[in-house]
Design a protein around this ligand. Structure first.
Ligand code: AMP
Length: 145
C-alpha cells in the first residue's frame, strides 16, 4: 500500500478500537490507546495509536493529534523505562509499504533495547504468549505517572 489512498476502516487496529478483536492494553483515554505488540521485536514492545484520527501515516495526521500521540508515546516510554529498565529504547514509525509499514493506521512503536539482546526483525518476530504480554502490560501500567 502506497502513501496515498483511503483509510481502510477494517484494518486490524481499527478493529481493535471497535472491540472486534482483542488486544493487551497498557492504558487508554478518550484520545489514545497503548497496547502490546503481539509480534514483539523485543520484550515490552508497545504500540501507541490515536482513537480519533483516520490518518494512515505521518503525512496525513492532524497536527493536534500528532501532538497528543507524541505526548502519549513519551508517557508510555517513561513507564516502559521505569518498569523494565532497558538500556535504551527505539521509537519507530513506518510509512507506506515500501517504508516497512504493515498496518495502515498511524502508530508509534516503543521498543526497549538491551545491548546484548539482538532486535527481532520487523514483521518477522514470533507471536508472544498472551499471559507474558499481560504481565508486561501490568508492570508497565503500574509504572505510569
Ligand atoms: P507497522 O509494520 O509499522 O505497520 O507495525 C504494525 C505492528 O503491528 C507490527 O509490529 C505487528 O507486530 C503489530 N501487530 C499486528 N497485528 C497485531 C495485533 N493484532 N495486535 C497487536 N499488534 C499487532
Amino acid at each position: 500500500m502506497s502513501l496515498t489512498g483511503a483509510y481502510d476502516p477494517a484494518n486490524i487496529f481499527a478493529r481493535i478500537l471497535k472491540g472486534e478483536i482483542p488486544a493487551v492494553k497498557v492504558w487508554e483515554d478518550d484520545d489514545v490507546l497503548a497496547f502490546m505488540d503481539v509480534f514483539p521485536q523485543s520484550e515490552g514492545h508497545v504500540l501507541v495509536i490515536s482513537k480519533t484520527s483516520r490518518a494512515r501515516n505521518l503525512l496525513e495526521v492532524e497536527p493536534e493529534v500528532l501532538a497528543t500521540l507524541a505526548a502519549a508515546t513519551q508517557r508510555t516510554a517513561r513507564a516502559v523505562a521505569k518498569a523494565l529498565s532497558p538500556e535504551g529504547f527505539s521509537i519507530m514509525q513506518f510509512n507506506g509499504e515500501a517504508g516497512g509499514q504493515t498496518v495502515f493506521h498511524l502508530h508509534f512503536h516503543i521498543i526497549p533495547r538491551w545491548a546484548d539482546r539482538p532486535l527481532k526483525g520487523h514483521g518477522h518476530a514470533p507471536m508472544a504468549d498472551a499471559d507474558v504480554l499481560r504481565s508486561l502490560a501490568e508492570r508497565i501500567a503500574a509504572a505510569l505517572d
